[in-house]
Write a protein that binds this ligand. Structure first.
Ligand code: GCB
Length: 618
């Protein structure tokens, strides 16, 4: 019996563990605002399609020269020893400027999927009493990281940050950082093998060396609660984390609060919002410098304060109903040869087109977490955001490893961006077929979101059923996942992927639970910018796309619980699935602007509709 009880207790402990989403450590919240040494810029790279350089059957023993992460100066060794054999030399391999995808390093790499080695040498030194971390903004799809020949770790998932502590591993003078980047996914991956976007393998976001005091602020979460109070949660890391004096401040408001961390290094406070606090909104995106002082560490972020909630079938921002005038975006900058390197200028150009061009107030960041450059820019410009994880189409729903990966992505995304006022919706999936395993999978993700961030709304982009009634179509929402969500979201392509005549779209009925807010998370049609066909308005013409928007918007206007939309998509984007030789040539053409920013007719239709909507609701 005793044994049974012990086993039972262990089982309970295991389930309890799994009930909590795993938290990334070190987290380094607001890492991008910490003083750091940038390791962006020139890196050497070398392809490795047979993954030879991982060291295996041939490469395992020292001296065969196959382990590309070894800390060896190949040219010095071979100069000294004419019999030494190396079949690589990263120090003399081609050079690329990072961050960027390898798709644009070299034309022969455009469709390469597999392993590429990257190496960067940098000068540094250990600093007495300080800790050092290497942080990667994102590496797509997986990364094996080595410093001076020693493995730091592995990370999977191409869109979220990760960091390794390198205190004691950084040496004085020259350091060799090697990253094996593998873009190949497998059937258990998130996203799955087949998507509708270019995979952009590579080190696509910034790499930095961050120094902190021995005890530092690993996480600080600051927001305006629905109760009107500012909530602050601080987590310290380090030997002095417990019982440490902490000071939180918002200097512009003259607000200061002192406290002490508990035995686990945590401090929580709730402060009535000062009268002078200006709430953040798209119309008035006020941000405040906030600071946390803890021992020798000075942590800071720039934070907006607002509330978001659902009441009945409405979304309320700062207590007032809002209509989300949105658009979807992939992480791809404007230009004819994008490389998925989002600079502040690239993010500003795209988001300004939404805000001033379309009169929008909302962006769906599809279909994975976008760069923190983008989410910060949305805070600054004043755009509401939907943020999602790449749980897309056909995931291995009953594979526990796949679930663990997706949960890790949810946690990494939310913990990176919980301080962004712009983000109001976390989405747990896109167009996933209903089924028990999928319902349970997405249900777990929705629960994780609520655990990590109960102050925002949970959604998912869903599909509907269809029936014919009195001679017209009725789209029916029958997804059991809706019960888990604050906001229902539907992707609709009636008239593009279906044979519905565009003129019939406004007659389509929408049967959804009436007491829940609904968003059209996608709607759209392809058009090649500059292809005109005013007479027959065939598919791929600007005229077809414009008519599609006119009729779909007329349909949308009749749905009482529709509280917003994010049509698909702002800009034409690369997709290897789209190979019509005339109209697509490797691009999904549902953009309202072309890849170089040329506006199509439909752009003006949506912009005019949004301008009218903005008069009715903010
Ligand atoms: C969808 C997907 C999106 C595709 C789009 C399309 O429903 O969510 O990723 O790119 O349709 O263009 O077909």
């Amino acid at each position: 019996l005793r044994v049974l009880m012990v086993v039972a207790a262990a089982l309970v402990a295991m389930t309890a563990l799994e009930a909590q989403p795993a938290r990334p450590r070190p987290l380094l919240a607001a890492a991008d605002l910490r003083p750091s040494t940038s390791l962006d810029g020139q890196w050497n790279y070398s392809i490795d399609p047979y993954r030879d350089g991982m060291g295996g059957f041939h490469g395992g023993s020292a001296g065969t020269g196959h382990r590309r992460y070894d800390d060896v100066d190949v040219s010095a060794v071979t100069a000294a020893d004419p019999l030494a054999l190396y079949e690589y030399d990263l120090d003399h391999s081609p050079v690329a400027t990072l961050p960027s995808s390898w798709l644009t390093h070299d034309p022969t790499m455009r469709h390469y999927e597999g392993l590429v080695w990257y190496q960067r040498r940098f000068a540094a030194a250990p600093i007495a009493g300080m800790r050092q971390f290497l942080r990667f903004g994102a590496v797509n799809y997986s990364a094996d990281v080595y410093l001076n020949g020693r493995k730091l770790g592995h990370h999977e998932g191409g869109f979220t940050p990760f960091a390794f502590e390198v205190t004691g591993l950084v040496r004085k003078g020259d350091n060799r950082l090697v990253v094996g980047v593998d873009s190949e996914r497998n059937p258990a991956s998130v996203p799955p093998l087949v998507t509708d976007w270019e995979s952009y393998g590579g080190i696509t976001r910034s790499v930095s060396l961050i120094e902190t005091p021995a005890t530092y602020v690993d996480d600080a979460w600051i927001r305006l609660g629905r109760d009107g109070r500012i909530a602050v949660d601080v987590t310290l890391d380090g030997a002095g984390a417990a019982g440490q004096a902490v000071r939180f401040a918002i200097p512009a408001l003259g607000l200061k609060l002192d406290g002490h961390t508990d035995g686990a290094g945590r401090w929580t406070a709730h402060i009535p919002a000062p009268r002078a606090l200006h709430r953040w909104s798209p119309d008035s995106p006020s941000l405040y410098d906030v600071t946390v002082e803890a021992g020798a560490d000075h942590w800071r972020d720039r934070v907006g304060f607002r509330t978001v909630e659902v009441r009945g079938a409405r979304i309320l921002l700062n207590g007032r109903p809002i209509f989300l005038r949105g658009i979807c975006m992939h992480e791809e900058e404007l230009g004819s040869d994008p490389t998925r390197a989002i600079t502040p200028a690239a993010a500003r150009a795209l988001l300004t087109e939404v805000k001033t061009g379309l009169h929008g107030n909302f962006v769906r960041l599809a279909h994975y977490p976008h760069s923190e450059v983008t989410t910060r820019m949305a805070d600054e410009i004043g755009l509401l955001l939907w943020s999602e994880v790449p749980v897309y189409w056909l995931i291995a729903w009953d594979n526990p490893e796949t679930l663990a990966r997706a949960r890790a992505m949810v946690a990494e995304n939310i913990l990176r961006d919980r301080n962004r006022a712009s983000i109001i919706l976390w989405s747990v999936g896109n167009e996933t077929p209903i089924g028990d395993a999928r319902n349970a999978f997405l249900g777990t993700l929705a629960d994780d979101v609520r655990t990590l961030d109960p102050d925002r709304l949970v959604t998912a982009a869903l599909l509907t059923g269809r029936k014919e009634q009195d001679g017209h179509a009725v789209m029916v929402m029958a997804d059991p996942l809706v019960a888990k969500l604050d906001v229902m979201a539907i992707n609709t392509y009636n008239g593009w992927y279906t044979g519905d005549a565009l003129a019939d779209l406004p007659k389509i009925g929408w049967q959804t639970p009436a007491d829940k807010p609904l968003i059209f998370s996608e709607l759209g049609a392809d058009a090649l910018a500059g292809f005109h066909d005013p007479a027959t308005k065939r598919k791929f013409s600007e005229e077809f796309q414009a008519d599609y928007y006119r009729q779909t918007l007329a349909m949308a206007a009749k749905i009482p619980n529709l509280v917003g939309m994010s049509p698909w998509i702002l800009k034409d984007f690369r997709s290897p699935r789209r190979q019509h030789p005339v109209y697509q040539q490797g691009w999904n053409r549902k953009g309202l602007i072309s890849e170089t920013g040329r506006r199509k007719q439909a752009f003006d239709i949506l912009a005019a509709w949004y301008a009218e909507r903005a008069k009715a609701l903010p």
